[in-house]
Design a protein around this ligand. Structure first.
Ligand code: GUN
Length: 280
């Protein structure tokens, strides 16, 4: 068997085009502010890509760049100004932050109604309570891919590999909300391969290149690879050994060109949702 390739780049392009059309029909421009602190080079690339995608879709987007020496109080003051600005619908504080700033403090400072990352404890709690507000972008993007692929979720055995606040936990909540039978496995799980082999839907989000081998995958399973790992030779690799997995799976996302493009598209979707919720 050779798996169907789930083309996240194409799905993201369609989603962005649809969002751009909805933004163009609004009497105002939804506002997004991305806050970057310091000089982490990967963050620089991510922030530029987010800003560019937002502008292309018609959003009022800007990046605020604080120096690596910025204090926690300075970042919180910046966030407070954005919270109070009626033209700002979405605020994203790019992670990682420099060590003198507590990540939880920055996340908790963002107005939950403008928390387009979906990381604020109120939004995490709402998702866990089955009353989702703003939902983290990457898991939201995975749900779009599964929907576009026509994957039947009700009653399906889904395995989420990874338990991060950003992907694994919210991913499991979304799948549960869609009536999957959900298992979360992680680095301390006893037999990862056996857990994976039981899954009809496998979401890999551990950040370990090639961890999931072909013989870990049930024939015909849907495999979504969230991992974006930079190899020593500069290439990108997912958490799944792609060639091996594609020979067994029914459908699979590539890296790059799978989940990655969906994350930015869903940031725009969250910003539009936040704008409509705030401004009607
Ligand atoms: N750094 C890596 N991924 C993310 C993300 O999804 N949101 C933010 N704010 N920072 C990140």
């Amino acid at each position: 068997m050779t798996a169907r390739i789930l083309d996240g780049k194409a799905i993201a392009a369609r989603l962005r085009a649809g969002l751009a059309a909805r933004v163009a029909a609004l009497p105002f421009r939804p506002g997004l502010r991305v806050v970057r602190v310091g000089e982490d080079p990967a963050s620089g690339v991510y922030v530029r890509n987010k800003d560019k995608a937002a502008r292309e879709a018609g959003f009022d987007s800007a990046t605020l760049h604080l120096p690596a020496s910025a204090t926690e109080a300075e970042l919180l003051a910046t966030i407070a100004v954005l919270n109070a600005d009626p033209a700002v619908d979405g605020i994203l504080v790019q992670l990682p932050l420099p060590p003198q700033i507590r990540t939880e403090a920055a996340i908790a400072a963002v107005d939950p109604a403008k928390d387009v990352d979906g990381f604020h404890p109120l939004n995490a709690g709402r998702l866990a309570a089955g009353q989702p507000g703003l939902v983290p972008c990457t898991p939201r993007g995975v749900m779009h891919i599964l929907a576009e692929a026509g994957v039947a979720l009700r009653g399906a055995r889904a395995l989420v590999l990874g338990r991060s606040q950003i992907v694994g936990r919210p991913m499991a909540q979304l799948l549960l909300g869609a009536d999957c039978t959900v298992t979360i496995a992680h680095s301390r799980s006893r037999d990862l391969a056996a857990e994976c082999r039981r899954a009809e839907i496998l979401i890999a989000a551990v950040g370990r290149p090639g961890l999931v081998r072909g013989d870990w995958i049930a024939p015909g399973a849907v495999v979504v690879d969230v991992g974006i790992n930079r190899l020593p030779d500069g290439r990108l690799a997912g958490d799944v050994a792609f060639e091996e997995a594609a020979a067994v799976a029914g459908a699979i996302t590539p890296v790059p060109g799978g989940v990655g493009p969906m994350t930015i598209a869903c940031l725009l979707e969250n910003t539009l949702d936040a704008a409509i919720a705030r401004r009607g």
